[in-house]
Design a protein around this ligand. Structure first.
Ligand code: SAH
Length: 234
């Protein structure tokens, strides 16, 4: 049987802990200070790893998944701040594409977010994974809403109204976080299909830090349910 291997990256331990508990037949190895756990999860060959926070950690992690584990798909799951008034805490955002909002070569006349000398700065997610994830989410989390669209990433925890408004206006993203864009670019460079799944923990405004602490756990429950429903469909 053609068993695909799926890499699952979470920035923080809370985001991957449930998967690790459920895995069987595990083989653990360490690279770049990260613990890669390969084994079976929901009937699928998976590699689960906590990358650490931020784009560099996420990119290094994704590259190891490509080179060492030769994964067929990369999924990045976790929490994010909402940039859209319709998207509430607890809701899920599925990436159709991702870009890095802190890439700034405007001094040379490039638009914000554009990476000079690359053919694209907006990295499309795998359309089949997007569709399957939306279906899985409707089944796994019938009580919340699921949105598909652009996810923004940058090495900044966004927690003020002005920055939030600037990001929403400049980039038209649904939510913002600190890893997905780096995973997306790494996946693109390696020709590996990817998907980002994020549950909203806060609204990326002045209430963000407090909301994050209150709602992180609930948001992660939603992503865990979604991934658990999605894996058998791949
Ligand atoms: N509380 C943590 C720090 C979390 S940083 C600690 O002290 O250890 C925020 C994490 O959640 C990042 O991994 C990022 O991807 C995501 N995130 C959630 N809300 C965000 C926001 N408003 N802006 C940026 N990233 C956010």
């Amino acid at each position: 049987m053609d068993q695909k291997r799926i890499g699952i990256i979470g920035a923080m331990e809370e985001e991957v802990a449930r998967f690790k508990e459920q895995m069987t037949d595990t083989v653990i190895s360490k690279r770049a200070g990260m613990e890669f756990i390969q084994g079976m999860l929901c009937g699928r060959d998976t590699v689960v790893v906590r990358s650490g926070i931020g784009k560099v950690n996420a990119a290094v992690c994704a590259q190891i998944l490509c080179d060492v584990y030769e994964v067929d798909y990369i999924m990045n799951t976790g929490v994010a701040g909402s940039l859209n008034a319709e998207i509430e805490i607890g809701d899920i955002v599925i990436s159709e594409e991702a870009l890095q909002h802190d890439m700034d070569a405007t001094g040379f006349g490039y638009a914000p977010g554009v990476i000079p000398r690359m053919e694209t700065s907006v990295f499309p997610a795998d359309p089949r994974l997007v569709t399957l994830a939306a279906e899985a989410c409707a089944k796994a989390n019938p009580d919340i809403r699921v949105f598909r669209g652009r996810i923004l990433s940058g090495d900044q925890f966004i927690s003020d109204k002005n920055t939030k408004e600037r990001l929403a206006e400049n980039f038209r993203g649904l939510c913002t976080e600190m890893e997905g864009g780096a995973v997306a670019q790494t996946a693109y460079l390696n020709g590996v299909p990817y998907l980002i799944l994020r549950a909203i923990s806060d609204k990326a405004d002045d209430s963000a830090s407090m909301a994050y602490d209150t709602f992180e756990e609930m948001a992660i429950r939603h992503t865990v349910r979604l991934v658990t429903e999605l894996l058998p469909r791949l």
